[in-house]
Design a protein around this ligand. Structure first.
Ligand SMILES: [Zn+2]
Ligand SMILES: [Zn+2]
Length: 100
């Protein structure tokens, strides 16, 4: 184990979620999703990339898709899915005037 690995996290557990690019303007960075389907998507804040990754690519945990066909957050619509059931409920309530 090398000392550069941070707080005891094994290299094998590190998952790349994108790349960071420096621009020609100082302190301006671009965060890019490196997953194949969205190779050209870029974000100016790491937070946004992170949020995108969590919604679209994070594989841990269950995914909740909107049950309404044609909705962009349904499995067919391409997502992103919801990481939590209550988030999906909120979505259904506000977007489709529905409850359960
Ligand atoms: Zn992506
Ligand atoms: Zn929906």
């Amino acid at each position: 184990m090398s000392a550069t690995n941070g707080p005891g996290i094994s290299e094998r557990r590190l998952v790349p979620i994108g790349s960071v690019y420096m621009t020609n303007r100082k302190k301006v960075f671009v965060f890019k999703c490196t997953e194949r389907p969205c190779n050209r998507k870029t974000y100016t804040r790491m937070y946004d990339l992170r949020r995108h990754y969590d919604g679209a690519h994070a594989s841990q945990g269950p995914k909740f898709w909107c049950p309404y066909e044609g909705c962009e957050r349904s499995a067919r619509g391409g997502g992103p899915s919801f990481p939590r059931k209550d988030k999906l409920k909120d979505h259904v309530r506000s977007m489709h005037n529905g409850g359960d």
